[in-house]
Design a protein around this ligand. Sequence first.
Ligand SMILES: [Zn+2]
Length: 317
Amino acid sequence: MHDYAIGIDVGGTHIKLGLFDSAMQLLAEQSFLTDKDATALELMDFLALKARALAEKAGIRLEDVRGIGAAFPSSIDARKGLTLESSNIVALNDQPVRDMLQQRLNLPVYVDNDGNVAALAEHRYGAGRGYDNMIYATLATGIGGGLILNGQLYRGMHGMAGEIGHMFVSDSTGYPCGCGVIGCVHSICSGVFMARYAMDRIKEGAESRILDYAGTLSNIDMVAVGRALQMNDPLALEVVNRGAEYLGRMFHSLNLIFDINIFVYGGGITNLGHRFTDRMIASYRHHSLIDQKYPAKFIPAELGGRAEIIGAALLVP
Ligand SMILES: [Zn+2]
């Protein structure tokens, strides 16, 4: 019986796999560190090996798996099964990942990007349950997302919709981004670039506890920023408020385009807590004229680190 589905999430830091039954109960899961130096061939061999091992661990024959859903941290042409641009794992650029996995496992494979599958999962089983329209945003090392329109994941003309992290929001600040511009949301508000901004401000001479918590300049990350924030460190506040301001602008623009003001947000940066998310929501409300009439809902994601494997498994029909 083809009762099972495997969801794979290839992340910049971790690779996760989950095996689900037809009621989407998680039967087995595993997590590995991502080998960023691996070639695309090595990575696909690894995924196939671990998918087989996962089925074995759960006592299920691979023939009884209906299919594999796999999420990648890249722009994806979901229809052709291609990864296009992957700033996190360069070896994945322009690879026919769907066919590569299909050949290795002899099972139907469905691919999408990590933001889209997390949106699917949150919509079906998480914070977006019951909403016909919602916008999901991952606020983490990178900024990504997915759009649920009329109850369906909206993929656009090439299967690439929902890349909200590369919306252009400033021509006065930001770092060069893999998407080709300076001033996209990711280049200002992602964990990696917020930390870079903190680092540069300290290099310029700003006094901050962030450096005490990080130890060295190159160790500065959002955990150190978050600890300094708790101590009311002025630079930590500046870093966080700057990121929150531009995220609010991003949500405002999204609402103008789609007339959707149900926003589900998750990801590691939200560990900064209410001072960050309150400021982000305040920025949205400040910019949105219609928010008083139609107040937006900002809802924390519910599925945590499992959203991507759940959503990847949901790709399997
Ligand atoms: Zn960008």
